[in-house]
Design a protein around this ligand. Structure first.
Ligand code: SIN
Ligand code: CO
Length: 382
């Protein structure tokens, strides 16, 4: 089989990585991930490959980009304005910050930065958020429910952190700020430094000296109840079962308001049958994990399908399991060589022309549709 562009994109998990202070991805995942915070000095210098302050402020004006403006005014206290953000305070005004979510969807450099964290499964990677803060700016002490790498792009930020605890919220504020935050560690991060924080660690990042840009590589941490609700709904959409409840043994009743226990048992069995359907849960899960966010849309690809290697659009989410390939909220069954090519394509976010031409006609027809939808493009990868 021709090389499906894999090795070049994904480095070995055992090689030392500068961005992890010389630790390998394998060692990081074994000893740090979800276990403890860690500071990596001089991890990544990406300022020239990320949006400038102007670019970031322009993104915040867009309807299809999620943004927030947070201020901590000496007289009025904390305020939160949700985007689009047309006007920002002057750069010299202290204690404000603009935060832009999902920058990886709109900027190639931010998208490329996110790819460097793919030693964690894509199913867990969420987005890149970039903030710009004036002197003293920040969002106050808080906890996040997800893991995050906080990379200092330029300027300096002082981070204070404390272990997870049952923190009460300061009442009456427009943002979630914890009460009684007592930092156990404080670090000053300069350009290129990075802090990893596991979920629920309390943290407060304050800009020191203004012109402070911080990039958060955020992860998705599904919560059991959200996941169960979503999956049961999705499984229900695909599920047909025409068994009818039968109650020939129902006795005449003098308590007509009471729900029959037999009907409850029938309901339980119906749900259990749906849950037992082979692949149904995995399929619903893959569709859900690859569902584009509400603000995402695709333009038909301007590239020529008849030529070139295949690359995924930066907004495309593509995952797979043993039986399926999932892309942008849809599930496809794939076997044999087609499955191997599609799996390699998902891992490498691209596929060589040679590998594409080795796939079945049916699979190539599906890829041509994805191209028409703008989910994939063609290019010459060399
Ligand atoms: C920030 O960039 O100001 C906030 C990031 C965070 O605390 O999660
Ligand atoms: Co946070």
């Amino acid at each position: 089989m021709s090389s499906p562009l894999n090795a070049a994109v994904l480095p070995s998990t055992d090689s030392p990585l500068d961005m992890l202070g010389g630790m390998s991805a394998a060692a990081f995942m074994q000893t740090v991930w979800q276990r403890q915070p860690m500071v990596f000095r001089q991890a990544l210098h990406v300022a020239d490959r990320l949006p400038s302050r102007r670019d970031l402020f322009a993104l915040a004006k867009r309807e299809d980009v999620e943004s927030r403006l947070v201020r901590d005014d000496a007289r009025k206290g904390w305020s939160l304005q949700r985007g689009p953000i047309e006007r920002t305070p002057t750069l010299a005004t202290p204690k404000w910050t603009l935060l832009v979510q999902g920058v990886d969807l709109h900027h190639d450099g931010a998208h490329a930065l996110m790819q460097r964290f793919r030693f964690v499964p894509d199913a867990r990677l969420d987005d890149i958020m970039i903030s710009w803060a004036s002197e003293g700016g920040g969002v106050g002490p808080h906890t996040d429910r997800y893991d995050v790498f906080l990379l200092q792009v330029h300027g300096t930020r002082r981070w204070s952190i404390a272990p997870p605890s049952d923190y009460p919220m300061v009442p009456g504020l427009p943002l979630r700020i914890i009460d009684g935050f007592k930092p156990t560690q404080t670090f000053e991060l300069g350009p290129g430094d990075m802090l990893y924080l596991p979920p629920m660690w309390a943290h407060d990042g304050v800009a020191v000296g203004g012109d402070c840009m911080t990039c958060s590589v955020g992860f998705t941490v599904p919560q059991a109840d959200d996941l169960a609700r979503e999956l049961v709904l999705r499984m229900g959409e695909h599920w047909d079962d025409d068994a009818l409840y039968a109650d020939a043994d129902q006795a005449a009743t003098r308590t007509p308001a009471r729900v029959p226990a037999e009907l409850q048992a029938f309901a339980r069995q119906s749900v259990a049958r749906m849950m037992r359907e082979p692949g149904a849960l995995a399929c619903a899960m893959g569709e859900w994990l690859t569902e584009p966010k509400a603000s995402v849309w695709f333009e038909p690809s301007p590239s020529d399908w008849a030529q070139g290697d295949v690359v995924l659009d930066r907004k495309t989410k593509m995952l797979y399991d043993a039986q399926h390939v999932f892309i942008n909220g849809e599930a496809f069954q794939a076997r044999g060589r087609d499955a191997r090519c599609l799996q390699a394509m998902a891992n490498a976010r691209g596929l060589s022309r040679a590998a594409l031409l080795s796939m079945s006609n049916d699979a190539r027809a599906v890829l041509a549709q994805w191209h028409e939808l703008g989910w994939i493009h063609t290019t010459f990868l060399g």
